[in-house]
Write a protein that binds this ligand. Sequence first.
Ligand code: SF4
Length: 410
Amino acid sequence: MTMTQPIRTSVAGPTGVRRLFAAPAPDLASHLAAFGPMPAAFDEGHLIAELDDSGLTGRGGAAFPTWRKLIAAAESVPSKRGPAVVIANGAEGEPLSRKDATLLRSAPHLVLDGLLLAAATIRAGDVVLYAPASSFEPVARAIAERPDAGRVRLVAARDTFLSGEASAVVSAVGGGPAIPRDHPARLTDAGLRGAPTLVQNVETLAHVALLARFGATWFRQAGTPDDPGTRLVSLSGDLPVPAVFEVPGGVPLADALGAAGASVDGLRAVLVGGYHGAWVPASALSTRLSMQELAPFGATPGAGILMALGTHRCGLDAAAEIAAYLAGQSARQCGPCANGLPRLADVLRRLAARDRAEWLPGEVDRLARLVAGRGSCHHPDGTSRMVLSALTVFADDVREHLAGRCVVTS
Ligand code: SF4
């Protein structure tokens, strides 16, 4: 069997970029007809070797090598802390992300294939799919069709920015609040109820299901050597066709945006990686969506989020709006979130509102650097990254605002 479309819920576009439609989920028979059955018997060592060879990294944002996480959980299983737990994480607290919800609607069987395979690999005693309740209907229907999925528990994720952070996921699945927790031990050593816990993004699990069928060589037919395979991206902002697309690894930003109908001429910048990401100016949209090429901008592919900012939009306004949202989303457990982020958001708001106090840009810079690296989770770091990159990419706006003008209106 040859498979050339990694996730065949989409249609081919002109650049090898494919749009993922939130079409009704295929039933089990259609799913098996599209992808074929999972291998009847598989060797765990072989699967982990294929994952290693494939170069698959987590698609939830952290880009951790998938095989390493799987083997860490598998090796913790003989502990005395109870059987392992595997959690498929479909919580997209990030307001700009739609890919996981779209995938769960359009290919729930593929996610379940990967989840059950991960569960078998680490000998999990508890198998959970954690996602917003709005994604449950197609997943529950898929579970009901499969005799092997009866033990999958659905746990509803809250619609908050931090609900998908791994330690927040474990807390929420355990009945606690969906907020990040201090976790000196790795979750793969001691997670839910102290048991080894593998938290894996749902898109990553879909790729695992395909790799088990078709192998690492097939996976690497798409993408680049440094960023193999495909990834789902959520395109939003000032675009004619905001949607979820499947793109090859390392696709130029302009090509991905072009699939959504964007012309580079109509854009000022793109926020890459979501609200915790960084801005890339329109002059650099030939940059590839890869770790290496995005590094000079302080960005990463993250969870595949691209938000376009049109030439009619003020960059400082956009950044201030996001910073205010992020300041309101922290759990306020740590100093940088309780005090630093609200102050940072307020000073940036004044700059965006063309308050002409000369000290404002320096204070935004100082506060952004002050909060970074001081929280229990990466929320202050991500907020700092987005704000600092706004000061760089929108330096013209800063100058104009201090003069009481704005580049998009003056
Ligand atoms: S850094 Fe902020 S979001 Fe993270 S745990 Fe502390 S208070 Fe919560």
